[in-house]
Write a protein that binds this ligand. Structure first.
Ligand code: FDP
Length: 339
């Protein structure tokens, strides 16, 4: 019997243990971020379970319809929003909440108010929900220097001011990836334990990748740098191999693959959508934060994505993110166009 291998299997680094270890490196920390993260983890577990059951539930008349008890079932994205709003506000550590699902920000009432502002997309990749393809939750966290009533201005700040960000991907397994500003770590949910276990420690994005990821159906409306980048990816001018195209159409899944395998994910501006499609606060910022923490770059076509200062809660921005060298290439194409 291999006792050493057995010992390794039983010495599990759960997400709670990991976050507490991180907290102990900061003697001044009072555990507020740890508590907030544990509420986010609970929300992710809840949504994961709902996503896993959705297909089956639909077959027997649940999800989105009326169940056997005659109760109306909420659609997954509405349900996910409710789960996260409740998990976050009940943590007692949040102040302002911005959700993709809600027009206005939520200002947490005084009795539960804390110092953190959370921006989130409770269920991203909605067009993939009904066909069972990977979808996810994305979140970013800002810290206030006061615990008075918050305002929209508390989140209309550059992404570089976030103190943590992450996503949970509901795919063939449930994977939670996050950073509190000192690297990126990934955890996989062990359904038999109900615990997220560290499976991807200290994720580093390859310096250069072999994959480009973009909705090429929009090509006729692209700007010149994007068109040139994709042309070079397919017909390289040097003797390198062409890149592969991979596009799932769920930002979480496309960024997850980019973090692990390298390459570039793009949602550029085009003639029809001059600001691109993806939302600054809860899509562009958290993913750019993670990519930078993993050693890559995130660029809007004009500037470093984390330097953007949004004027509105649901503002959009073009985004190019991924391996350092690949993003460098598109940056050069943009500066050549402007020059
Ligand atoms: P969806 O519309 O399915 O919710 O922001 C939403 C998003 O998905 C991203 O997850 C995804 O990267 C992108 O939009 C896909 O957009 P296209 O269908 O235009 O490619």
């Amino acid at each position: 019997m291999d006792h050493q291998a057995d010992a390794q299997r039983t010495d599990l680094m759960t997400i709670t243990r990991f976050v507490l270890n991180e907290q102990s490196k900061h003697p001044e920390a009072r555990g507020d971020l740890t508590i907030l993260l544990s509420h986010i983890v609970l929300g992710c577990k809840f949504v994961c379970s709902a996503v896993n059951k959705a297909g089956l539930a639909k077959l027997i008349g649940l999800a989105g319809e009326t169940n056997v008890q005659g109760e109306e079932q909420k659609k997954l994205d509405v349900l996910s929003n409710d789960v996260f709003v409740k998990a976050l506000s009940s943590s007692g550590r949040t102040n302002v909440l911005v959700s993709e699902e809600l027009e206005e920000a939520i200002f947490v009432e005084a009795s539960h108010r804390g110092k953190y502002c959370v921006v989130f997309d409770p269920l991203d990749g909605s067009s993939n929900i009904d066909c069972g393809v990977s979808i996810g939750t994305i979140f970013g966290i800002f810290l206030l220097d006061h615990d008075n009533a918050g305002s929209n201005d508390d989140v209309l700040k550059p992404g570089s001011e976030m103190v943590a960000a992450g996503y949970c991907m509901y795919g063939s397994s449930c994977t939670l990836v996050f950073s509190t500003g000192s690297g990126v770590n990934g955890f996989t949910l062990d359904p038999s334990l109900g615990e997220f276990i560290l499976t991807h420690p200290d994720i580093k994005i390859p310096k250069k990748g072999k994959i480009y990821s973009v909705n090429e159906g929009n090509a006729k409306n692209w700007d010149e740098p994007t068109r040139l980048y994709v042309e070079n990816a397919k017909f390289p001018k040097d003797d390198s191999s062409p890149k592969s195209l991979r596009y799932i159409g769920s930002m979480v899944a496309d960024v997850h693959r980019t973090l692990l395998y390298g390459g570039i994910f793009m949602y550029p501006a085009d003639k029809k959508s001059p600001f691109g499609k993806l939302r600054v606060l809860y899509e562009v910022f958290p993913m750019s934060y993670l990519v930078e923490q993993a050693g890559g770059q995130a660029f809007t076509g004009k500037e470093r994505a984390l330097d953007l200062v949004p004027k509105h809660l649901h503002e959009r921005s073009p985004i190019f993110l991924g391996s350092y060298d690949d993003v460098e290439e598109i940056k050069k194409l943009y500066s050549a166009t402007i020059a």
